[in-house]
Design a protein around this ligand. Structure first.
Ligand SMILES: [Zn+2]
Length: 249
């Protein structure tokens, strides 16, 4: 079997590996552009890992509910993991040191089929239990390198601005698929995102974190234009919400 990737809108993805392991990344399935989120959560019988890039609610999303029901292990940086267990109630036995790491380190997971490396992102990371109260400390926000054995290596940027050290990601891991935020306002817009793709030089690029709210004005069309202006060779693959694609290794 080849690796399958599903986009749920915003920065939420499901990855099914060649061995059948199921990963969720930033699992906000009940977002405004995916109307079947509740049903999809109810139908998720197997989830092995939930990866979260940072503590904002549009990225933690439905992680706690899904984790409690499926017993998925939480993959996050140390401080985010601590906040999600102590503040939000993610089961602490599912957030042990084997799935908790920090920047620059690589976690070997699921008998080595999946390797996750935390890399920096320029953003905020407060964890809110209640929107009316001050947020809890959630550490620094991250991007995630997800390398699948006999499958592709993904770079999920999380929410971030462009920064030149993104180029270092490809020095250690050749990136097949870059999942990049393009929505503007809270993250890079299309022009800065196109520069980020140029730095990373992936085989394929999939835009995310746009169109969910009116404020996120970046569009795939503008992103495409910016990529072409820079002569970026990566294949642009614009996914529809709830679409699943197969990706070779
Ligand atoms: Zn966000």
């Amino acid at each position: 079997m080849q690796t399958q990737l599903t986009w749920y809108g915003q920065s939420a993805f499901k990855i099914i590996t060649p061995a059948g392991n199921v990963l969720l990344v930033d699992p906000w399935l009940t977002n405004p552009v995916y109307d079947r989120g509740k049903d999809e959560i109810a139908n998720l019988n197997r989830v092995d890992l939930i990866l979260v890039s940072h503590g904002h609610s549009d990225h933690i999303g439905d992680a706690v509910e899904i984790g409690k029901r499926t017993r998925a292990k939480l993959v996050a940086t140390f401080d985010l993991s601590a906040a999600m267990t102590s503040v939000l109630g993610y089961p602490s036995e599912l957030a042990s040191t084997d799935t908790t790491g920090h920047f620059g380190g690589t976690l070997k997971l699921l008998d080595g089929e999946v390797a996750v490396t935390f890399v920096p992102a320029w953003h905020g990371a407060g964890v809110a239990k209640d929107e009316n109260l001050p947020p809890y400390f959630g550490g620094n926000p991250s991007g995630l390198i997800i390398a699948i054995r006999r499958g592709p290596t993904f770079y999920h940027t999380g929410d971030t601005d462009l920064f030149s050290d993104m180029a270092l990601v490809s020095r250690y891991s050749k990136i097949d698929v870059m999942l990049v935020c393009i929505g503007d306002h809270f993250t890079m817009g299309p022009n800065r995102a196109a520069d980020a793709v140029k730095l990373v030089a992936p085989r394929m690029v999939i835009p995310m974190h746009y169109g969910t709210f009116p404020l996120l004005t970046g569009t795939p069309e503008a992103f495409d234009h910016e990529l072409k202006q820079r002569g970026v060779r990566a294949e642009l693959r614009v996914m529809k919400v709830a679409e699943t694609i197969t990706i070779s290794g």
